[in-house]
Design a protein around this ligand. Structure first.
Ligand code: SF4
Length: 298
């Protein structure tokens, strides 16, 4: 099978730095133990298992305010997705040491929301309900921010006459948000738009769409909970018109997808460790082009 290694793919700068920081903290004898990560450091099982080996406890759950109530001593790590001011306050009240692995791009969005709120804006935040990033970002100015997933969500709000701004979650796709933003502009011509989709996300999506054009299908390596991995599948299907599948590892590849196929593209979400993607690439490279069965596994 010919494999197109879609580039760039995999770990972004925010995830690389977050993983490095937690490893350093875990190895530092001065760190107060135990060490808890508030949520999964990134949405990837393999990355979380790596931190397990350092003795770091990952608290699984998306609501950071609930999770912090489970921590009574030691050190707490804020993940790359960021946390709200309320979580920071609670950590201080509990006397916990804090390690902040928030991605600088997420921090930039937090600062933006705080400044807009101070300037009297009502903010529409386009994001995924239940994902930790909106929770943290909206927590900067809870009385001024409305979470919307689609333009229909905004239609119930009475926004006329208000100073309006729209801000996006960092890991969405511009194709998705463009439609919502266009509709918001039509309804509220004075709305100010702040596209906060991060560069790492944009570059991975654009590469996947362009390089998928030469492929029969695309395999995206990533966790089902990873928003940016799911968006990669979506943009390949919707923008490149190619079949795309999300797999957590080589064991999830269905041979039926490969039947009769000659060229497969491989990409990976920003939270997927490279060794997992490498295994997938090696498996596919050994797979005979145009095969109708699964000779590698047989
Ligand atoms: Fe930061 Fe973007 Fe990576 Fe998220 S996907 S950690 S915002 S660089």
């Amino acid at each position: 099978m010919q494999v197109v290694r879609i580039t760039p793919r995999g770990y972004c700068y925010g995830v690389v730095d977050a993983m490095k920081l937690v490893r350093q903290v875990a190895e530092d004898p001065k760190t107060r133990k135990p060490i808890f990560v508030l949520g999964l450091i990134v949405h990837n099982r393999h990355a979380v298992e790596e931190l397990d080996r350092y003795g770091v406890v990952s608290l699984d759950g998306e609501n950071r305010l609930e999770l912090i109530e489970q921590v009574h001593e030691g050190t707490v790590v804020f993940t790359a997705h960021g946390v709200s001011e309320a979580v920071r306050r609670r950590a201080a009240e509990k006397g916990l040491d804090v390690v902040d692995a928030t991605c600088p791009d997420v921090t930039k969005t937090h600062d933006l929301i705080r400044n807009l709120a101070q300037d009297g804006y009502t903010i529409l935040y386009i994001g995924r309900r239940g994902h930790p990033e909106p929770e943290g970002a909206m927590g900067e100015a809870p009385d001024h921010v409305h979470l919307i997933e689609t333009v229909e969500d905004a239609q119930d709000l009475d926004l006329n006459g208000k100073k309006l701004a729209v801000v996006t979650q960092t890991t969405l796709s511009r194709w998705d948000t463009d439609a919502t933003i266009q509709e918001l502009r039509r309804r509220y011509p004075h709305i100010e738009v702040f596209n906060e989709i991060c560069l790492a996300t944009q570059l991975r999506q654009e590469a996947a769409v362009h390089q998928a054009e030469n492929c029969d299908l695309v395999i995206v390596v990533g966790d089902t909970r990873s928003n940016n991995s799911n968006r990669l599948v979506q943009v390949v299907r919707e923008q490149a018109g190619r079949p795309a599948y999300l797999v957590d590892g080589v064991h999830e590849i269905d041979p039926a997808w490969l039947e009769g196929k000659r060229t497969v593209g491989v990409t990976a979400g920003s939270s997927t460790p490279s060794p997992i993607t490498r295994e997938v690439i090696q498996y596919l490279e050994q797979y005979p082009a145009g095969a109708s069965a699964d000779p590698v596994r047989a």
